[in-house]
Design a protein around this ligand. Structure first.
Ligand code: NAD
Length: 488
C-alpha cells in the first residue's frame, strides 16, 4: 500500500484488476494547493484507454450480475473494514491533494464509509415485490436487475465522498463501473481502487480511467455505457445531462449551488455564528452545501455582522495538515484569481466589503484566500447570482421572514437552505415555502446521510433520481415485471 505521498508519482489507470499505464503522452501536474509542491502527474487518458476499461467492464458484467447479492455485499463489508483501517492515510491524502484541513478530511472519509455501509444493505435494497393473486391463478411480481456499465464523473472538492455516492451502490446492485475522477484531485481514487482490489472485488468490476473532457465525452457517447452519474459545476452538469440523455443514457447530474441561510431575530447568536462560520469558510467554501449567503431578518443584522467579522478574524489559515489550521487553500492559483475577480466585482457593484481575504497569504507557496465578507449584497450583483465556490460570504438584510424566503427563492440554484430560529411557526413556514432540496434548522451544512437522497433541484440538479438513498438504487437498477399463470 502506498503511504502518504512523499515523492512525486506518475499515476496509472486501474483496468481489469491491474494498474495499466495510459497510452497518452499528455500528463498534467497535480500540486499540493497548500504548498505548490508537485505531488504527482496524472494522465490525460485517451479513447483507447477508455475502450480497454469498457471491454473489461463488459466482460466482468457477464459474471458479476450473477454473483449472489449477499456475496456482493460481503465484499463491501470487507471494503468498509479496509477503509476504516486506512482512515488516517485516506484523510491525509485528501488534505494533501485538496487542501481541506485534516479534521474535515477525516469527516469526509466517514461520509464515504457511510455510503459503503448503506450499499452493503443491497440484499434488502434490491428486493422487488409480488402480488400472488392479480387474477384467478395469476400472480405478478417486480424483479430488480442491474443496468450494465455505469460511468462516474466526479469533482475535485470531495475526492472520497462523491465517488462513494456512486460506485458502492452501483456495484452492489450488480453493475460494473468506470470512474473518471477529477484531474485536479486524482490521488485518492487510486487508493480507493487498490482497497477494492484488496477486498476481493473481481477484476473489471471497478475500473479507473484518469483524464479530462475527452474521457467524459467518451463515456457520454459510448454505446456500451447505459448510465452516467455526474457531480460537478452547473454548466458541465447541464452539458453532461443533455449529451448523455440525447445519446439514450440514464443520467443523474448533480450541479453547483448558492445556499442561503436565514437568521431570524430570535436565533441563538452563538450557535448561529459558529455554524455560519463553519459553513461559509470550512473547506475554503469549496462545498456544494456551503453557506454562500446570509439573509439577516430585522434588527439582528448589526450584531450578527459584527460577530461574523470578529470570528472570521480569528480563523487560522494555512496547510491543513498542520494542527490547529481551520482554513486551507483553494484548489488552484487560477481559482484564487477567479475568486479575487469576484471580490473586485462585489466592490465595483457597491457591496460593502467588511473583511477582505485577498492578502491572507500565510506562506510563500499555496493558493490562499482568507475569509471574505460582504454586507448589503443585492440581487443585481454578480457575487449573489453566481457560485463563487470560495470563502466569500454575502450578507443581505431584509425586514421579514416572507422577504427572506422570497429573496432566497429567486436564486437559480436549489441545493440547500438553512434557518436559525426558535420559532416552530417560522420553521414550518420555511419548510413549506423555501425552494431548495436540503434544509437545515439551527445547523449549518444539512448534507443528508447516505440512506437519504442528495436532493437538490433547479440548476443544482439535472435528472430525476438523485444520488444515494432509495433514489440511488432506483437509478442503478431496472425492473422486470413477471405475470404468470399457475393452475393447480
Ligand atoms: P467541474 O465541473 O469543473 O468538474 C467536474 C468533472 O467534470 C471533472 O471530472 C472534470 O474533469 C469534468 N469536466 C470539467 N469540465 C468539463 C467539460 N467542459 N466537459 C466535460 N467534462 C468536464 O467541477 P469541479 O470544479 O471539479 O467541482 C466543483 C463543482 O462541483 C461546484 O460547482 C460544486 O457546487 C459542484 N458540486 C456539486 C455537488 C452536488 O451534490 N450538487 C457536490 C459536489 C460538488
Amino acid at each position: 500500500m502506498n503511504k502518504v505521498i512523499t515523492e512525486k508519482k506518475t499515476l496509472s489507470n486501474f483496468i481489469n484488476g491491474q494498474w495499466v499505464k495510459s497510452s497518452t503522452e499528455n500528463y498534467i501536474e497535480v500540486p499540493n494547493p497548500a504548498t505548490g509542491e508537485i505531488l504527482a502527474e496524472v494522465p490525460i487518458s485517451t479513447q483507447q484507454d477508455l475502450e480497454k476499461a469498457v471491454e473489461a467492464a463488459k466482460q466482468a458484467f457477464t459474471s458479476w450480475k450473477r454473483v449472489a447479492v449477499p456475496q456482493r455485499a460481503r465484499i463491501l463489508f470487507k471494503y468498509q473494514q479496509l477503509l476504516i483501517e486506512n482512515w488516517d492515510e485516506l484523510a491525509k491524502i485528501i488534505t494533501v491533494e485538496n487542501g481541506k484541513n485534516y479534521t474535515e478530511a477525516y469527516g469526509e472519509v466517514q461520509r464515504g464509509i457511510e455510503c459503503v455501509e448503506f450499499a452493503a444493505g443491497a440484499p434488502t435494497l434490491m428486493m422487488g415485490h409480488q402480488l400472488p393473486d392479480i387474477a384467478t391463478s395469476i400472480e405478478s411480481g417486480m424483479y430488480r436487475y442491474p443496468l450494465g456499465i455505469v460511468g462516474g464523473i466526479t469533482p475535485f472538492n470531495f475526492p472520497m465522498m462523491v465517488p462513494c455516492w456512486m460506485f458502492p451502490l452501483a456495484i452492489a446492485s450488480g453493475n460494473t463501473f468506470i470512474l473518471k475522477p477529477s484531474e485536479r484531485t486524482p490521488l485518492l481514487a487510486n487508493y480507493l481502487a487498490e482497497l477494492l482490489h484488496e477486498a476481493g472485488l473481481p477484476a473489471g468490476v471497478f475500473n479507473l480511467v484518469h483524464g479530462a473532457h475527452d474521457i467524459v465525452n467518451g463515456i457520454l457517447s459510448h454505446p456500451d455505457i447505459p448510465a452516467v452519474s455526474f457531480v460537478g459545476s452547473q454548466p458541465v452538469a447541464e452539458y453532461v445531462y443533455k449529451t448523455g440523455t440525447s445519446n439514450g443514457k440514464r443520467v443523474q447530474a448533480l450541479a453547483g449551488a448558492k445556499n442561503h441561510t436565514i437568521v431570524l431575530p430570535d436565533a441563538d447568536m452563538d450557535l448561529t455564528v459558529t455554524n455560519i462560520i463553519n459553513a461559509a469558510f470550512g473547506s475554503a467554501g469549496e462545498r456544494c452545501m456551503a453557506c454562500a449567503v446570509v439573509v439577516a431578518v430585522g434588527d439582528i443584522a448589526d450584531e450578527l455582522v459584527t460577530r461574523l467579522v470578529e470570528e472570521s478574524n480569528k480563523l487560522t489559515i494555512g496547510d491543513g495538515l498542520k494542527e490547529g489550521i481551520f482554513l486551507g487553500p483553494v484548489i488552484r492559483d487560477s481559482h484564487k484569481d477567479r475568486t479575487i475577480q469576484y471580490i473586485e466585482s462585489g466592490i465595483e457593484e457597491g457591496a460593502t466589503l467588511l473583511r477582505d481575504g485577498r492578502n491572507d497569504q500565510p506562506s510563500d507557496g499555496g493558493y490562499f484566500v482568507g475569509p471574505t465578507i460582504f454586507d448589503h449584497v443585492t440581487q443585481e450583483m454578480k457575487i449573489w447570482k453566481e457560485e463563487i465556490f470560495a470563502p466569500v460570504l454575502s450578507i443581505v438584510r431584509v425586514d421579514t421572514l416572507d422577504d427572506a424566503i422570497s429573496f432566497a427563492n429567486k436564486s437559480d440554484f436549489a441545493n440547500g437552505a438553512c434557518i436559525f430560529t426558535d420559532s416552530a411557526k417560522a420553521i414550518r413556514q420555511f419548510r413549506e415555502e423555501i425552494d431548495a432540496g436540503m434544509l437545515g434548522v439551527n445547523l449549518g451544512v444539512p448534507a443528508p446521510m447516505a440512506f437519504f437522497p442528495f436532493s437538490g433541484y433547479k440548476k443544482s440538479f439535472y435528472g430525476d433520481l438523485h444520488a444515494n438513498g432509495r433514489d440511488g438504487i432506483e437509478f442503478y437498477t431496472r425492473k422486470k415485471m413477471l405475470t404468470a399463470r399457475h393452475e393447480f
